[in-house]
Design a protein. Structure first.
Length: 284
């Protein structure tokens, strides 16, 4: 059967500059003189193709398990290209779950040569989305381009909840300056706040970890354990009512991983592994 190609894109203004942290862990940008801000509340819209800025990417491997059409996956490319120019907006405190409040968003990290995390996550997410759409899976993105601001972490979680996603995968890269720090890890909410954050999210994290490791990526040697990281402080995971994980694809400050992330071939390798993991999870 020919898989129906569809993708759902939330209309939003959302964004990122460069710091050495990731998601809510990054230091907040310094607040400048007062400026006019705008509150972004994106509403996903149904479209017949991925955003026009998407790179041309071949489908994921035919060896992946078959996936029934009608599944919904939300892809959350970390940060955004305009975040750094709007510190008042991204520093605004928003709910982050477990009674916490955190900055709306952060600017993300970058390689030592200046290749930004937001650009990496956007490109990889588009490649993953194309692979999934080719299998008949509906794809929703938490942002529609790499030039906007935000959306805030609570809104990113809400997009997955509103889409009744079968899986939510937030794509990031880390920026540790620790000597020799390298490798990927997969974060999940723990202790769970609802049923979806229990066994479903844990299983999604394990499948992503196992598939990436099988794809030739090494697990982190400086954070988490065996490629997994139980977290209670990430708003996008805490506020999710759907199976959700956050993938830190590697350390952008590590020379070897930075070289992989800055090449189109390397980004395709990350995307193929993540797409195959999502397909395996949905088929299990």
């Amino acid at each position: 059967m020919v898989a129906v190609r569809r993708a759902i894109v939330p209309l939003l203004l959302a964004g990122a500059l460069l710091l050495t942290g990731c998601e809510e862990d990054a230091p907040a940008a310094p607040a400048p003189a007062p400026l006019t801000t705008r509150t972004v509340t994106p509403t996903p819209a149904t479209v017949t193709s991925s955003p026009s800025a998407s790179p041309s990417v071949p489908p994921s491997s035919s060896a992946a398990p078959p996936v029934a059409s009608g599944k919904v996956v939300v892809l959350d490319p970390g940060h955004n290209g305009g975040n750094g120019a709007h510190p008042a907006e991204i520093n605004r405190q928003v709910p982050a779950g477990r009674g916490q409040k955190k900055p709306c968003n952060t600017t993300g990290t970058a390689t030592n040569a200046g290749y930004p995390e937001h650009e990496f996550t956007w490109d990889v997410s588009q490649r993953v989305g194309k692979a999934l759409a080719s299998k008949g899976i509906r794809v929703v993105y938490t942002r529609q381009d790499d030039t906007g601001v935000g959306p805030c972490v609570d809104r990113r979680a809400a997009i997955g909840n509103e889409a009744s996603a079968d899986a939510v995968v937030s794509i990031h890269a880390d920026g540790s300056t620790a000597a020799g720090a390298n490798g990927f890890h997969v974060a999940y909410s723990s202790p769970p706040l609802n049923a979806a954050q229990g066994a479903p999210s844990t299983r999604l994290a394990q499948v992503v970890r196992d598939t990436m490791r099988s794809g030739g990526f090494s697990t982190s040697n400086y954070i988490g354990g065996n490629g997994l990281s139980a977290r209670a402080d990430l708003g996008g995971l805490n506020l999710s009512t759907r199976p959700a994980v956050l993938v830190e694809c590697g350390n952008m400050r590590n020379a070897a991983e930075a070289a992989r992330m800055t090449s189109a071939e390397g980004r395709q390798q990350y995307a193929s592994a993540i797409a195959a993991a999502i397909e395996a999870y949905l088929a299990s």
